[in-house]
Design a protein around this ligand. Structure first.
Ligand code: NAG
Ligand code: NAG
Ligand code: NAG
Length: 406
């Protein structure tokens, strides 16, 4: 059974069925095959009923979680040496301009905004849960990367891996719960260190892998003016995609979930009988032909004999069997998010999403981002878009409970 939830304009979600008559209207016999029955959402289901926040356990003053030392491998790991502005490693620190976070910037140098990518992602995730937990309150960073020797020897602040945090209202009664939320947001070690702030830190980038799914430089998309390298696609371009009835349409690129021209990753290359070859990260969702429409499958899980949907003549898609798959290394990672949530890349149909198992779900949950195309405009579009990253890491509690264990 395939639920198909669609976001309406405004703050409401609605779920509907793809009526048979809608399909007939399209007069697209080839597509018809896969667009048979799509069930409506039953009563009481759908996105108007959000799952409340999972119960988060506050830390007590002086407690740290996990209950081991900060530098143990299971927490944030050993210190790897101070980073100064002249170091090669300095370029690994990224500035955080998230407008939903307040930076105290005592030093007046912007140093508090500099942090490792992992630290930034966790912080941006926590910023969202703070706004959800206490409407009107924001996350506040009082100390980030330190270049002034203000901390004890081997402090992770010297490596851009630690932040000291409060809430914007500086209400001390919130800090225990803030620490609990920080743990949920994925900080590797959280310490309710002082009555006036909490301390959080993360592992090094090299000790952990990174996540989201994308396409490499050189992958081709179609615009109204012909094919274009995905690396050259800009926000606002219209690229070929499929609408929720399976028809090929041009859809606006709203934002990039991930965009990093310099990264090198391993990609899964899937080749169909008709020669169409799509290259995408293994955790990216491809939309394959199925009896009742399409089904979403991680690129890594595609099997020989599965049926890719490839670009056909006009607005119709052409099915073709998978004959080969292999891993390749490629340069550049690009994950454009279109209005329809789908995209034709290298002539094959893919979802714009990765990691989360349901395309429809991810598409619905990303609606705020699709409406507010101005979001993230203050942020250089490099790396996983912070909202997408928060969505991926929140997973089961941003999403409605009725979908959690499907
Ligand atoms: C943390 O570990 C210490 C020492 O093993 C123990 O005494 C303490 O009760 C633990 N604290 C928590 C909150 O589990
Ligand atoms: C396509 O070409 C037309 C005419 O040359 C131009 O006006 C338009 O901006 C182009 N569109 C894109 C998306 O490049
Ligand atoms: C990518 O690498 C080039 C050359 O090493 C560098 O000039 C450029 O600034 C980098 N771009 C990004 C977005 O990191």
């Amino acid at each position: 059974m395939q639920d198909w939830c669609r976001s309406g304009r405004g703050a409401r979600w609605s779920c509907g069925s793809r009526a048979w008559s809608d399909v007939r209207e399209m007069r697209l016999p080839l597509v018809l095959l896969w667009l048979g029955a799509a069930a409506a959402c039953g009563p009481g289901r759908g996105f108007t009923h959000r799952h409340p926040l999972r119960r988060v356990i506050p830390l007590v003053f002086g407690q740290h979680d996990p209950n081991i030392s900060e530098n143990s491998q299971q927490a944030s790991g050993p210190a790897e040496g101070r980073i100064t502005r002249n170091d090669e490693k300095f370029k690994d620190l990224v500035p955080n301009y998230n407008p939903d976070i307040e930076f105290k910037d005592d030093e007046g140098t912007g140093a508090d905004r500099l942090m490792t990518q992992r630290c930034k992602e966790r912080l941006n995730t926590l910023a969202i849960s703070v706004m959800i937990q206490w409407p009107g309150v924001r996350l506040r960073v009082i100390e980030g990367w330190d270049e002034e020797n203000a901390h004890y020897e081997n402090s992770l602040h010297y490596e851009g891996r630690a932040v000291d945090l409060t809430t914007s209202d500086r209400d001390r009664s919130k800090y225990g719960l803030l620490a609990g939320l920080a743990r949920e947001a994925g900080f590797d070690w959280v310490y309710y260190e002082s009555r006036s702030y909490i301390h959080c830190s993360v592992k090094t980038e090299s000790s952990v892998g990174t996540g989201a799914g994308c396409f490499p430089s050189g992958a081709l998309v179609h615009t109204e003016n012909g094919t274009r390298d995905i690396a050259l696609v800009q926000k606002g371009d219209r690229v070929l995609a499929a609408d929720d009835t399976g028809k090929l349409v041009y859809s606006e690129v709203i934002n990039f979930i991930d965009r990093d021209p310099n990264a090198t990753r391993h990609f899964m290359q899937v080749t169909a009988e008709n020669g169409v070859t799509i290259t995408t990260t293994p955790s990216h969702l491809l939309l394959l032909a199925a009896a009742d429409g399409w089904r979403e499958v991680f690129a890594a899980d595609v099997e020989i004999g599965d049926v890719l949907l490839t670009r056909g003549p006009g607005s119709v898609m052409r099915p073709s069997r998978v004959v080969k798959k292999r891993m390749v290394a490629r340069h550049g990672v690009f994950a454009p998010l279109t209005q329809t949530g789908t995209i034709i890349v290298d002539d094959a149909l893919a979802s714009c999403y990765a990691i989360v198992k349901s395309h429809a779900l991810a598409h619905a949950a990303m609606a705020p981002l699709r409406w507010m195309s101005g979001w993230g405009s203050t942020e250089t579009p490099r790396g996983v878009h912070w909202y997408a990253n928060a969505l991926y890491s929140f997973g089961d509690y941003v999403l409605p409970s009725s979908y959690r264990y499907r």
